[in-house]
Write a protein that binds this ligand. Sequence first.
Ligand SMILES: [Fe+2]
Length: 134
Amino acid sequence: MERFKWQAKYELGVPEIDDQHRQLLALANLVFEAMESGKAAAVIDRAIAALVLYTQTHFIDEEDLYGALNSSLADEHHRLHEELRQEILELQQAAQSDRSAEMGDRLSEWVEIRLLPHMMYEDRDAHAAAAGAE
Ligand SMILES: [Fe+2]
């Protein structure tokens, strides 16, 4: 069963970003399923690496977008992404020596309490600050 399901409240209204957010949740589901079902270390590591890589490229795309739109929150948004980047890299590091279901729970908790609220509130704010500047 999928841990993270796309919900209307996640929708930003920018198709490119919404598609990437959907992809992030799909990758988070892969990580969670791999860890919950005790898949081989290489499978778990690859799933986490895919999530981390996609998160990084997604953040760069968002920063480019909010920069191009002259969002007054573009710099602040970059700083928020730096925090999230650091956190997911630390989790990836921790998972190198702990691929248990509990570690899977820690990763999905990060998605729940950090990534999803970021998508719902901070991305929305950054986009609204751009729309308001037009
Ligand atoms: Fe963002």
